[in-house]
Design a protein. Structure first.
Length: 164
């Protein structure tokens, strides 16, 4: 029963993160803190079978791996925090694949926006803005792209009986 609770909490958190990022390009700190707390409360009984030690290591790796992008102003603080929360939920072993898939989704999204708005690629880097903007919007809701593969992985584990 506690495993089903973990699945529900994780999927609800992932959906809320994705919706907030897509709608507002902001993730409330309360949602980030809720993700951290629930990941640690459910450590050992979460959908990904992550222990407390793995969750702690995942948080550190998740935060430290994306923090340089925040310092360079090419990524928002919420993206870094959400990746750290995903480290707590999914463990350090999953972070590389989540990051690769999220980056591919962001690339496809940005490319689609560039094509749809007929924006010349050269015009994107002539601006003084640290993030790519098209039609007044930042190009990619990256936190949403981070939680999408994690949620799909969770659903895959359910469908294939990968959870005990």
């Amino acid at each position: 029963m506690i495993l089903l609770t973990g699945v529900g909490v994780f999927l609800a958190w992932a959906v809320l993160v994705a919706l907030e990022d897509i709608r507002h390009r902001r993730i409330p700190n309360s949602l980030v803190i809720g993700g951290f707390v629930s990941a640690f409360v459910l450590a050992g009984h979460n959908p990904f079978g992550i222990s407390m030690n793995q969750a702690l290591i995942g948080v550190l790796i998740g935060f430290l791996s994306l923090f340089p992008f925040f310092v360079l102003r090419v990524m928002g603080a919420a993206d870094v925090k959400v990746f750290a929360v995903l480290g707590a939920w999914c463990g350090p072993h999953a972070l590389l694949w989540l990051w690769i898939i999220a980056s591919l989704l962001a690339f496809a999204h940005a490319g689609t926006l560039v094509f749809a708005t007929r924006t010349p690629v050269s015009a994107l880097w002539q601006r003084r803005s640290p993030t790519m903007q098209i039609a007044g919007f930042r190009a990619s809701p990256y936190a949403a792209f981070l939680v999408i593969p994690a949620a799909l992985w969770c659903l895959y584990r359910i469908a294939t009986g990968g959870m005990q």
